[in-house]
Write a protein that binds this ligand. Structure first.
Ligand code: DAH
Length: 346
């Protein structure tokens, strides 16, 4: 009996040493199994009871039970300690110092071409224009034929135009959106369409194979040249300043009749000392767009009655406007994506 009680004492000591060296819950589990498991040391001790006399049995049993309870409690406590130590570590790792200074968010900005498109669009929206759209891969019919750019016209030359096949091109202008809009909408029509255009040009300071235009189209009963002039005047003043004047010069476009090129008074020199002005180069006027009254045949080509409806159209080069506005001398700057250049357009 005394031997067995001594064994219990030894077991207790062994357990305590084992417990002291525990560093993680897996080891604690192993220790628990070693003492309390079915094949554990305490369980084995319980079996020893059979060898004892009737008086000794309850004494030893009580002693063994006490030890088991002690071990169970110790293991529970150790598990708790391990868990709180683990949490403490985790909290340390995830610690958030709310008093640290914030990291400033670096704000990007719209590309200057986009900025000019947005600004011009806003002016036309305020004049009641809606936004229209068309594909960049366009039917030859829409890009040329229905706009009265006949076969053999130099603009159709394969050296100037990117042909996809014998039906489609990369649109060379935004004017085909006029066709699409008249074919799909009943007048009154009042739209602008900003978008990319393509021409087979070798890049240089003033040419890029990809560039942007903004097309405008108004179709309704009784639209006259004076409506065109009035709208363009409002537009020019809104973009280039209230003292801006516009000038129309006769020109030729196949899809308008009459056609004109529109100049605005130089916003850089205002006509003063224009000889040394790098914007108008002594002209005092700067050309900004082509325009005209939509040719009756173009209106008919879209299924509308040209005796009932008339209208005006205009087309503006975005790059050219942006270059004039910001004094940029090389169109290629817009496409190089040099951040030192782009960041200047706040
Ligand atoms: N599409 C012409 C071009 O690319 C620009 C243009 C001129 C558009 C006159 C028009 C217009 O709508 O009426 O050169």
């Amino acid at each position: 009996m005394q031997d067995l009680l001594n064994e219990l004492k030894n077991l207790k000591a062994e357990f305590e040493t084992g417990l002291d060296s525990i560093k993680e819950s897996k080891e604690l589990d192993e220790l628990r199994l070693k003492f309390l498991g079915k094949k554990g040391k305490i369980t084995a001790q319980m079996k020893n009871m059979a060898k004892l006399s009737a008086e000794d049995r309850p004494v030893f049993g009580a002693e063994a039970n006490r030890l088991r309870q002690q071990i169970e409690a110790a293991i529970q406590q150790a598990a708790k300690d391990l868990e709180s130590a683990r949490r403490e570590l985790q909290f340390k790792a995830e610690e958030l110092d709310v008093t640290r200074p914030g990291r400033a968010l670096k704000r990007g900005l719209a590309h200057p071409i986009t900025q000019v498109i947005d600004e011009i669009s806003e002016v036309f929206f305020s004049l009641g224009f809606a936004l229209a759209d068309g594909p960049e891969v366009e039917f030859i019919k829409n890009n040329f034929d229905l706009l009265r750019i006949a076969e053999g016209h130099p603009a159709r030359d394969f050296r100037d135009t990117f042909y996809i096949n014998d039906e489609a091109v990369l649109r060379t202008q935004t004017s085909p959106v006029q066709i699409r809009t008249m074919q799909s909408q009943e007048p009154p029509i009042k739209i602008i369409c900003p978008g990319r255009c393509y021409r087979s040009d070798t890049p240089d300071a003033t040419h890029s194979p990809v560039f942007h235009q903004i097309e405008g189209l108004v179709i309704d009963h009784g639209i006259a040249m004076s409506d065109l002039v009035g709208h363009l005047e409002l537009f020019a003043k809104a973009i280039f300043g209230q003292d801006t004047k516009i000038r129309l010069r006769p020109h030729h476009f196949p899809f308008t009749e009459p056609s004109c090129e529109v100049d605005i008074s130089c916003w850089a020199c205002h006509g003063v000392d224009s000889e040394s002005c790098s914007t108008c180069r002594g002209e005092t006027w700067v050309e900004i767009l082509g325009a005209g009254m939509v040719h009756p045949e173009v209106i008919e080509n879209c299924g509308l009655d040209s005796k009932e409806y008339s209208g005006f159209a205009f087309g503006l080069g975005v790059e050219r406007t942006a270059m004039g506005r910001y004094g940029i001398d090389d169109i290629r700057r817009f496409y190089e994506n040099d951040l030192r250049f782009l960041r200047q357009f706040h």
